[in-house]
Every structure is written in structure tokens, then in C-alpha cells.
Design a protein around this ligand. Structure first.
Ligand code: AMP
Length: 420
């Protein structure tokens, strides 16, 4: 242990567990790459106003959890707390929406930062893979994204997740509902902070987890009863397409999510093995966001799946990912001359595409064989003076225990054939 530790609310990814994170990122991005989504990468920080305007001044994410700071040059920046606002900003800046090919479909993977109270599954630095489909209003696009996330989780072997689905209405019907909800909430017995929330973000009150609040919400007006005909028809079509695709979901009228930009379709993926931080991913439609950040009208939809929580979900279900050993061959030299020869062979094997490692540091045979075992390599190559004098090395199959002498100049071909 050094004098330093990872900052509060963060943790390091170290082998072997880190391999799971790579596998999860690959599993989530795979279906996206296979469906016309191009890779996008944006900076880890942005103008703080982008999030204030995009995500919403009244949200917890912006008002309480953002790592905002001023640079020495006087710029007001923030570490990104989420991906959508940045990706849309970047797409607009690069004029991707003007290339004539809508929707612009993008996927991303990266680190996000929120100053939250750390607990199991909730960190101040976490990792997401996300997808955004920009510039098209089409229920099939909303359905596509939900289907692709479902496919990603299933490909990992997860089964205990559920999809919660709701519609938040649009700029026609939501304001009418908002007012009706405010009128209802103002009559309840609530603390000061919640009363303030009624005025700035009343839908979030529905999301309050406290039992005494939930108890009072029994007769609250429901958005479902206020949806305009266009929103209703749109939502019905999303639901039908999901059902046709065999994707099971639950209607959840109380699902509002913590970001202001959502309109119409909203959804969350929850996992039942995770305790209170059960959301493994979420997203929805954000038809007004582009205009909110100064762009043209570009109805869009997207999601972000949490990599950290997906790994926790895998562990909760006891799913063992099929992660191949990183090393196929481990070389153990006995003596100085053998070190030189074997190190040369290791380089040749690697150039031939065989994952190979070497017993560095001149340890004895016993220690080196222990490392060979630990590496998970299927084969070891051992050579001492006598082998070299005969122009051979010993190739040992670690599974069967069989050992054979192989000529130096045939080794690469033999190993390639046996590891193929
Ligand atoms: P959100 O943007 O809040 O909908 O987050 C999308 C997903 O990112 C969530 O479903 C989580 O899986 C993950 N996530 C969000 N915040 C955190 C956090 N503080 N720690 C770990 N994962 C998080």
C-alpha cells in the first residue's frame, strides 16, 4: 500500500476482474456496431452551461452532483455527468445532421462523474456505454434501441433484468399534466425541500422513494390520463414493436427519470439482484434537447447502460463470462543461453499471433513453472543447455501433461497448429 488511495467513491479496475469490464463494453457495443451506429468520442469535460441547459438546472445531477470548476483561464467547465448532451453538441458542431442521412446513429463508451453519496453500485466515477439516434421521430427507432440493449444483456447471459417503460408526453400534453400534478402535490404534507421540488420539477416527486411520501401519492393524477392522441399513438406503436420482437417489458407510469430533457418514450433496465441501486441502464426520447442547446429541431432517442452495475449484475447472477486465457504459451528458460534463444522464440510466436509470455527475472524452474500455471497458458516451452545442443525445446501440454521435443525451427508452426 502506498501513501495514497483511490479517491472516495472511486475504485480501480485491476486484472483479472478488469477483463469483465472489457467484455461488458464489447457485449453492449456489439449489437450497436451491427446496427449502423458509428463510434463517437467527446471530451471528458464541457462548458458547464451545456449541462445546465441540457440536463436541466433543477435536476440533482446538475444542482448537486456536478464536478464544476473554473480553469486558470477563467473558463467554467464541468466533468461530464452523462453522455447525451455532449454527443448532441458534438454532432451539431460537426454538422452530422446536415449530411442528409437521418437519423445520425452514434455510440460511445467512457467515464462519467457525479458527486454522489457513494454506496454499493453508486460511484463518483463510473463507466457507461451509450447510444444516440439523432434527428428522426419514428417509434421503430425507440424500439430498436430497447431491443439492442435487451440483446446486449442477453448475450452476456443476464436473465434477471426487467424493462420498465413509460411515456412522458410532449410539449403539448406534458405542461397540462404538470400543472394538474402541482395542484395535487401542493395539498400534501411534505418537507421544505420536496415543496420546492414541486415548483421546479414536480414529476420527480413521484419518484420519491420514502414510504411516507409514497403513501400520499396514491391519488395523484397520472400522466397516462393526460397524454395527447399523438403521444398515445406513438407509445402504442413502440409497445407493439417491442412485443412483436419478443421483448418483454412492464408499463411503469411512475417512471420519470432524473433528467429534464426526456419526452415521450422513457425506459429503464433494472436488475433484481442489485439492491437499491437497481438501474443498470436507461434512456428515452429527447425531442427538445437540440433546441435547448441552441440547435435546430432534431427529435432524438438514446440510452446509456452502466458498465459497473452490469458487472455487478453478472456477479449477482453468478454468470461466468467465457473470457479466454490471455496467454496461450509460456516460455521458461533454464540458463543464460536459453534465455536469449527463448526470448527470440517468444518474439517470433507473438509476431505469428500466438499470445505468449516469458519467465522474466531469471527465477528458478519451480517459480517459473508456478507463473506458467498461473498465466493459464495451455502450453509451456522449457529449454536448457542440453535441449539447445540438440536444436530443440520441450513443448509441454499443461492440460494433458504430455511433453515432446520440438525442433527450434519448427516450433512456431507446431504451436500455431496446436493453438489454432
Ligand atoms: P442515468 O444517466 O442516471 O440514467 O444513468 C444511466 C446508467 O448509468 C444507470 O442506469 C447506471 O447503470 C449508471 N450510473 C448512473 N450513475 C451511476 C453512479 N453514480 N455509479 C454507477 N453507475 C451509475
Amino acid at each position: 500500500m502506498s501513501t495514497f488511495q483511490a479517491p472516495k467513491g472511486t475504485y480501480d479496475l485491476t486484472p483479472p476482474r478488469s477483463a469483465k469490464f472489457l467484455a461488458v463494453r464489447a457485449a453492449i457495443s456489439g449489437p450497436l456496431k451491427n446496427s449502423g451506429y458509428g463510434y463517437i468520442e467527446t471530451p471528458g469535460f464541457e462548458d458547464v452551461a451545456l449541462f445546465a441547459r441540457g440536463v436541466g438546472e433543477s435536476t440533482d445531477i446538475v444542482s448537486k452532483e456536478m464536478y464544476a470548476f473554473e480553469t486558470k483561464g477563467g473558463d467554467k467547465l464541468a466533468l461530464r455527468p452523462e453522455g447525451t448532451a455532449s454527443v448532441l453538441r458534438a454532432a451539431l458542431e460537426a454538422n452530422l445532421h446536415k449530411a442528409g442521412n437521418l437519423p445520425v446513429k452514434l455510440w460511445y463508451s467512457g467515464s462519467y462523474y457525479r458527486y454522489e453519496r457513494p454506496q454499493a453500485g453508486r460511484y463518483r466515477h463510473f463507466s457507461q456505454v451509450g447510444a444516440e439516434a439523432i434527428g428522426t421521430e419514428d417509434p421503430a427507432l425507440d424500439a430498436e434501441l430497447i431491443i439492442l440493449a435487451d440483446q446486449a444483456y442477453r448475450s452476456l447471459g443476464l436473465t434477471r433484468f426487467r424493462i420498465l417503460l413509460n411515456s412522458l408526453g410532449d410539449k403539448e400534453c406534458r405542461p397540462v399534466y404538470r400543472e394538474a400534478l402541482q395542484t395535487f402535490l401542493r395539498d400534501l404534507d411534505l418537507d421544505e425541500e420536496t415543496r420546492r421540488r414541486i415548483e421546479i420539477n414536480p414529476l420527480r416527486v413521484l419518484d420519491d422513494k420514502r414510504a411516507d411520501v409514497q403513501k400520499q401519492l396514491g391519488g395523484a393524477p397520472m400522466l397516462r390520463d393526460y397524454l395527447c392522441d399523438a403521444c398515445k399513438a406513438y407509445h402504442e406503436e413502440v409497445r407493439n414493436l417491442l412485443t412483436a420482437a419478443g421483448v418483454v417489458y412492464e408499463d411503469d407510469e411512475k417512471l420519470v427519470r432524473g433528467l429534464d430533457y426526456y419526452t415521450r418514450t422513457t425506459f429503464e433496465f433494472v436488475h433484481d439482484g442489485l439492491g437499491s441501486q437497481s438501474a443498470v441502464g436507461g434512456g428515452g426520447r429527447y425531442d427538445g434537447l437540440s433546441e435547448m442547446i441552441g440547435g435546430p429541431a432534431l427529435p432524438s432517442v438514446g440510452w446509456a447502460l452502466g458498465v459497473d452495475r452490469t458487472v455487478l449484475a453478472l456477479e449477482a447472477e453468478g454468470v461466468e463470462l467465457d473470457i479466454p486465457a490471455t496467454t496461450s504459451v509460456y516460455a521458461v528458460p533454464l540458463g543464460e543461453e536459453a534465455r536469449r534463444v527463448l526470448f527470440g522464440l517468444v518474439t517470433e510466436l507473438r509476431r505469428a499471433g500466438v499470445a505468449t509470455d516469458f519467465a522474466f527475472g531469471g527465477r528458478g524452474l519451480k517459480g517459473a513453472m508456478k507463473s506458467a500455471n498461473r498465466s493459464g497458458a495451455r502450453f509451456t516451452i522449457v529449454a536448457g543447455e542440453r535441449d539447445l545442443a540438440e536444436g530443440t525445446v520441450q513443448l509441454k501440454d499443461m492440460e494433458s501433461g504430455e511433453q515432446q521435443a520440438v525442433a527450434l525451427d519448427e516450433l512456431v508452426a507446431v504451436v500455431r497448429a496446436r493453438t489454432a
